[in-house]
Design a protein. Structure first.
Length: 326
């Protein structure tokens, strides 16, 4: 595996790889992240594929500074105060995506919100400056394994993976070793979605208000799949549809397009699951915006990324009465 000790040249190479849609594992002050260009949906899909994640969990967009964050999300006054106090550092803010947000829908798993953070690790900062684009990066562990705090952990976990990072930037052990604190900023309320490197007391002190736990009674649940705002189309969703009726919209997959007069999108005419993953959320959004009552979806294979695609589709198709556990 391509484990490279950090030098200026290695950072330039890593940035080139990211811009070319490749995956690069890099150190942050918390844990090593598995990065991809966040504006490239196909590259983001590779992260799920490499990690072997069965579900499309939303990811954090890493940026170089507050100004870059402000182009992706709506930075409220409260968010700015937290950013000034804790960035760069192990705090992730979940905020509304801005209208001009260039981050691929897949990165925020179709949610109207996006998690952003400015890491403090000098290598992460240099890399973000060099790429000049937001970098989507979950912890670099493979699904179900522990988060890597050294480059060797990453190399070892991807030794037998179908898809491995094109480069692992090695800067030794990370400082914090524990992931960032994830806080949802919802108007003037703060909800702790994941405890981490910054304590909720520290956050409460700067914010001047309390930080509720996602598990508090009456509060919204922590798992993104259960959040009220979690994207579910307004329209009904009908899966494994070989054809669609005239008043249904149709999400197709693969080269054999069934005849359909109504609205339709083929999320991968080539039948490529990576491309389908990158296009899925946008297709749901676009067809839902056309006020159809039902969106039919062609069968999508359960193999590889298809497992995560079908998981997300089943969630979109499930009854809406009660929140679903993630
Ligand atoms: O320290 C960290 O945060 C590391 C380094 C690499 O930056 N990254 C990391 O990413 O831990 P990940 O993907 O393993 O965890 C991100 C967490 C998940 O629990 C995810 O559900 C939550 O953030 N999250 C991301 N976007 C969200 C959103 N829009 N709404 C709610 N939760 C979100
Ligand atoms: Mg993780």
């Amino acid at each position: 595996m391509n484990v490279v000790t950090v030098t200026d040249r290695a950072i330039v190479q890593a940035a080139d790889l990211l811009r070319a849609g490749k995956l690069v594992a890099f150190p942050t002050e918390t844990v090593y992240g598995l990065g991809a260009d966040a504006t490239n949906g196909i590259a983001a899909a590779k992260i799920f594929q490499a990690k072997g994640r069965p579900r499309f969990n939303p990811m954090i967009a890493h940026v170089a500074d507050v100004a870059a964050a402000g182009r992706l999300v709506v930075m409220t006054e409260l968010a700015r105060r937290l950013a000034e106090a804790f960035w760069p550092g192990p705090l992730t803010l979940v905020l509304k995506r801005s209208e001009t947000c260039a981050v691929a829908d897949l990165v925020s798993a179709g949610l109207p919100t996006l998690a952003v953070r400015v890491p403090s690790h000098p290598v992460a900062r240099d890399l973000l400056q060099a790429v000049d684009s937001p970098v989507a990066a979950p912890s670099a562990n493979r699904s179900g394994r522990i988060s890597p705090t050294r480059a060797e952990h990453v190399a070892e976990q991807y030794a037998d993976a179908d898809l491995a990072p094109a480069m692992i930037l090695d800067a030794g052990a990370t400082d914090v070793g524990l992931e960032s604190t994830v806080v949802l900023v919802d108007g003037d309320e703060l909800v702790l979605l994941r405890p981490g490197g910054v304590t909720s007391d520290e956050i409460a002190e700067v914010a001047g208000c309390s930080v509720s736990r996602a598990s508090d009674p009456g509060n919204r649940p922590s798992a993104p799949g259960m959040l009220k705002s979690h994207y579910a189309p307004r329209a009904k969703v009908r899966l494994n549809a070989e054809s669609a009726s005239g008043d249904e919209a149709f999400i197709m997959f693969g080269p054999d397009e069934p005849d359909h007069d109504g609205s339709h999108v083929n999320i991968s005419p080539a039948g490529d699951l990576r491309e389908a993953a990158a296009n899925l959320f946008a297709a749901l959004h676009d067809l839902d915006a056309q006020n159809v009552s039902c969106i039919a979806v062609s069968p999508i294979p359960e193999t590889g990324l298809g497992e995560a695609i079908n998981d997300r589709l089943r969630r979109a198709a499930a009854p809406r009465v009660t929140p679903r556990q993630d």
